[in-house]
Design a protein around this ligand. Sequence first.
Ligand SMILES: Cc1cc2nc3c(=O)[nH]c(=O)nc-3n(C[C@H](O)[C@H](O)[C@H](O)COP(=O)(O)OP(=O)(O)OC[C@H]3O[C@@H](n4cnc5c(N)ncnc54)[C@H](O)[C@@H]3O)c2cc1C
Length: 348
Amino acid sequence: MVEDELTSGTERDPTGAHHSVSRITLHQVLSAGLEGALHHGKEFERYARAADGTVTLHFVDGTTATADVLVAADGANSRVCRQYLPDATRVDTGIRAIAGKYPLTEETKRRLPTRLQDGPHSVLPPSGCGMFIAPHELGANYAPTERGIGGNDETAARDAVLFDNTGSYVMWAYTASSAKYPHGDAELSDMGGERLRDMVGTLIADWHPSLRRLVAESPAQSVSLLPIRTSVAVRQWETSNITLLGDAIHSMTPFRGIGANTALRDAQLLARSLIAASRGEVDLLDGIHDYETRMIDYGFAAVRRSLRTAEQTISTNRVGRSMFKAALRVFSVIPPLKRKVFSDLSSK
Ligand SMILES: Cc1cc2nc3c(=O)[nH]c(=O)nc-3n(C[C@H](O)[C@H](O)[C@H](O)COP(=O)(O)OP(=O)(O)OC[C@H]3O[C@@H](n4cnc5c(N)ncnc54)[C@H](O)[C@@H]3O)c2cc1C
């Protein structure tokens, strides 16, 4: 593979450009101002409804909390969802990604083409696998506190390694169907970062040297296996004072990069409904019902599109794959078209 085969973004308009957001920083910023309201270390186990309609949450440490409304935002393995909507399921797509991070320092930057540092790229060889590459570089105005960018340091203090957002890096994720890997699933999930990284190195042995360096020089502890799952669309249920948002209801493959964006959209929409209800402007259950109707529609549309992109990434159909590559190239050089596609997506 030659460097020209890396698709490239050439946008100059900052509103159409790629902006990487550290999920750690986002977490800290979203937690800011919630000191005292946010309780760490509480593992939700189950809920029970009382006769007066309130919901009591039971935590693993034996404590409880009672609420008028329960909003499940507990991610793809949501226990609330399992109890509330037992028919909602997630399925294995059979796709496995192996992801790692190449740290960007003054020295390592010189060892990698600037092209791999200036925006996201999709590498699509003729058949059966792909690699997504995205830089995350701290801005010139970055002013770290002792633990990171700040926001809510209580959150950062929970796990100094997990919540370290003080470094720049290029993230890569190699993707293929499980059958394409030289090891079975059981062995893959037992493999540590070093073996996973070496195996990807072997699988891309005939790729461009810069891509091989990106993988080979990523620290083993940054490399991990991601089995790719997706949720199955659910029919709308009877609204109550328990509702769900984000991955808890519509988890999707990461191939469109819209899971967190969709979760934020849910949060904004639901917050508006709850605020309106608290002001007496709408009935509480009507507000939640309106949110759920819209969320189910655009949320599962995002799930379907994310699955389709995942399937195109690992497809062995050369014609369909060439069309997919051509579409990615066109999107990256025609920003208004890209924006149109993504705005169509978010309005569905
Ligand atoms: C490799 C990868 C790359 C991605 N890239 C992008 C991207 O570029 N753009 C994008 O928009 N999305 C991306 N996503 C998707 C995004 O990460 C998710 O959609 C998003 O994090 C969902 O947010 P959430 O708040 O619903 O769930 P989560 O972020 O999973 O948060 C759930 C929270 O609930 C907590 N929790 C879980 N169970 C319990 C329990 N029993 N008790 C108490 N707490 C609990 C968890 O600890 C966690 O803090 C990516 C995902 C992956 C895997």
